[in-house]
Write a protein that binds this ligand. Structure first.
Ligand code: 8YV
Length: 330
């Protein structure tokens, strides 16, 4: 295609070079392979000259970002969560919003389980113990002693695709699975995933391990704060693979400091990439840099699906994972 007739798109974060090269065959691409996150002002300017954009959770797409984006038709998120999108503002501006569901479900559920195991069995703390030369202090009673997963109760808050993936894995560990969700699953679905519906309060009181997998919305802000942590068992663990802001990180740091719960495993943080300074000082918390979907295969699949969404939208067809479906005119 002649450069003059190629539509211009923005790729706001670094992507795999082969995927970028393929895009360049059909589009004039403004790429950002240095991966320096755009400021809101820069993003607004970049969006003004393109018909489509690939973004990640780091790009907030709202009325202000769209203010000068007169030709923009689609913004494809390389992410299943889309709390970085102001969907009503995108719909009002006639911009299709898409995300990347399904392709990351198992990878993210695997990681949720890995983080749970690392937290309950104090794996990172144990690694430091070895690295710091404490092996001479090994004893029956003086190792980092953890909490069992097998035959314990896991409480899943948010029973979507990834929640189901966590439940499936938990059954393999002979765990008792309870869940809380905005809406209760059908009887057959509950049976299939072996999970019992309980109130949030009952879940917090009875679970040995609480795993958060719910989407971030204004109503879900601080789903877990001081009050909720106070309901948990002192032996319980809390795992957040959902979104920063679902947990009140300051309240959690305080509770961990006072050993109100056993430990926490966090892949997401309020205001990330910064991390609450007190969390960084504590040994009873396992910290990860938002990597639940981070395997090469899955990140490639996410990029490919985002590109498919973008291409399909720009071809005037309905993208496979369109969020604001009301926008699509067949
Ligand atoms: C992304 C995620 O890596 O898909 C999601 O919702 O949280 C992660 O898989 C992250 O959002 C970057 O876009």
């Amino acid at each position: 295609m002649n450069t003059q007739t190629k539509p211009k798109i923005l790729v706001a974060r670094a992507i795999f070079p082969e995927a970028l090269a393929k895009l360049e065959e059909s589009f004039v691409v403004r790429s950002n392979q240095t991966d320096q996150v755009f400021t809101p002002e820069e993003l607004q300017k970049e969006l003004a000259s393109v018909v489509g954009a690939l973004v990640a959770g780091s790009e907030r797409i709202d009325a202000s970002a769209l203010a000068n984006a007169k030709n923009l038709k689609v913004v494809a998120n390389i992410s299943v969560g889309y709390n970085n999108f102001d969907v009503p503002a995108m719909t009002a501006a006639g911009v299709m919003a898409t995300n990347t569901p399904d392709v990351l479900t198992d990878t993210t559920a695997d990681f949720g389980f890995a983080l749970l195991m690392a937290t309950a069995r104090r794996i990172t703390e144990s690694e430091h113990w070895v690295r710091n030369g404490h092996w001479d202090k090994w004893s029956i009673v003086n190792n980092p002693l953890g909490m069992d997963l097998h035959h314990s109760t896991i409480g899943i808050i948010g029973m979507g695709r990834i929640g189901h993936g966590i439940a499936k894995r938990a059954l393999g560990f002979d765990m008792n699975v309870i869940y809380h969700n905005r809406s209760r699953l059908s009887e057959s679905d509950e049976k299939a995933c072996g999970a019992k519906y309980v109130s949030k309060e009952e879940l917090l009181k009875t679970a040995d391990h609480v795993v958060l997998v719910l989407p971030y919305t204004a109503e879900n802000h601080h789903t877990i704060g001081a009050k909720e942590i106070a309901l948990m068992k002192p032996t319980a663990t809390l795992i957040n693979i959902a979104r920063g802001g679902i947990v009140d990180d300051a309240a959690l740091a305080q509770a961990l400091k006072e050993n109100k719960i056993f430990a926490a495993g966090l892949d997401v943080f309020e205001g990330e990439p910064s991390v609450h300074s007190e969390l960084l000082q504590l040994s009873n918390v396992v910290l990860a840099p938002h990597i639940a979907s981070a395997t090469e295969k899955t990140r490639r699949a996410m990029v490919d699906l985002a590109i498919d969404n973008l291409r399909t939208a720009l071809a005037g067809k309905k993208p496979p994972s369109l969020i604001n479906t009301e926008l699509f005119k067949a």
